[in-house]
Design a protein. Structure first.
Length: 348
């Protein structure tokens, strides 16, 4: 049962599964709620929300406010506009959440900004409410456009992908105020395309060009650096500062492997020291070295001694790939019976 629960949690953490379940849940909830409504209630809802859940307005509908006298605003009309604004704001937030998840997932390695995430969630609701406000008033729409043009954002978006996300949710909010069905399609398509581009790493620098740039940076660093400290500082400035966290992690792994393959002086490189206490030194040594030969990449007897009637042999070992040093002791204890009294392991 715990293993099954872990698999379920791992599945839910997957961004694609989360998006599919979220969109399916939203659409099923909307369909189920609409099915539960009686016919008179459906007609009243359609009458109130018709401008945003019906067909897209035609050119004649958009020009009607210019050719007809503006009707007097009644309290009932004001309440209707308020209900429509609440509805489109709610829908805008619901449809913008998956876009925010995609941004958080694809930007978690480099360039992530929490303020952009908040903007992705809030902007669609604001734009949707504004689109309801100016739908039937051309003069108000032009006035609002002038006000927005005069507003300056305090923080500029350095990455064009952040700007694309912000522009996309603005379009999503506008669509919520005009046609909710179109907004739902836009939300799904935007999230799917953004994930597809991120997964495929579309448009990345060709490996040959990437390697050429790295070689040029390294050559420049080698030409300038004369001492070890200056070389390290130049590598950090010329190469490491331009690398993403994921690239730094991969480089750290390569450096660790390279360091492990380099020997200190002329001696072999070991990753653990094994101390064996044997009741029969000669026979026990043959048995233990046979196990070490099978289970390690290399080993060497560092010293031998006799303590309390037991032969004490100290080996430096380099375990095989995939075998942990603590697993080696289990094989030694199994094969060492009855010659092995005890075994001690010290990892390097």
């Amino acid at each position: 049962m715990p293993a099954a629960g872990a698999r379920v949690r791992s599945l839910l953490r997957n961004i694609i599964t989360r998006l599919v379940l979220y969109y399916a849940g939203v659409f099923l909830a909307a369909w189920g709620l609409w099915s539960l409504l009686s016919e008179p209630v459906r007609q009243r809802v359609s009458l109130v929300l018709g401008p945003v859940i019906g067909e897209v307005a035609t050119t004649g509908d958009l020009l009607a406010p210019l050719t007809a006298a503006a009707p007097a605003t009644s309290p009932a009309g004001q309440h209707t506009e308020a209900l429509v604004a609440v509805f489109v704001c709610f829908v805008a937030v619901v449809l913008s959440l998956p876009v925010a998840w995609v941004y958080m997932y694809t930007r978690q390695k480099k360039g992530y900004q929490q303020s952009v995430v908040h903007s992705i969630v809030l902007l669609p609701a604001v734009v949707a409410a504004i689109s309801v406000l100016v739908r039937n008033n051309i003069a108000l729409a032009f006035s609002l456009a002038g006000i927005v043009a005069a507003v300056r954002f305090r923080t500029s978006l350095e990455d064009t992908r952040d700007a694309v996300f912000v522009f996309g949710v603005c379009a999503l909010g506008l669509a919520c105020g005009v046609n909710v069905e179109f907004a739902a399609v836009l939300s799904v398509l935007f999230a799917a395309i953004a994930l597809l581009l991120w997964y495929t790493d579309f448009g990345r620098t060709p490996p040959a060009l990437d390697g050429l740039r790295a070689e040029q940076h390294m050559q420049r660093a080698l030409e300038i650096a004369n001492r070890t400290s200056e070389f390290v500082a130049r590598v950090d400035q010329e190469i490491l500062e331009a690398m993403a966290p994921a690239q730094l992690d991969a480089l750290a792994g390569r450096v660790k492997k390279r360091r492990a393959s380099v020997t200190d002086g002329d001696g072999p490189n070991f990753n653990a020291t094994v101390t064996l206490h044997l009741t029969d030194g000669e026979t026990g040594q043959l048995v233990m070295e046979r196990t070490l030969r099978e289970r390690t990449k290399r080993f060497q007897l560092l010293r031998s001694d006799t303590v309390g009637g037991h032969a004490v042999l100290v080996y430096g070992v380099r375990t095989r790939k995939g075998l942990r040093p603590d697993e080696l002791t289990a094989f030694l204890q199994r094969d060492g019976v009855p010659y092995l009294a005890s075994v001690e392991l010290e990892e390097a």
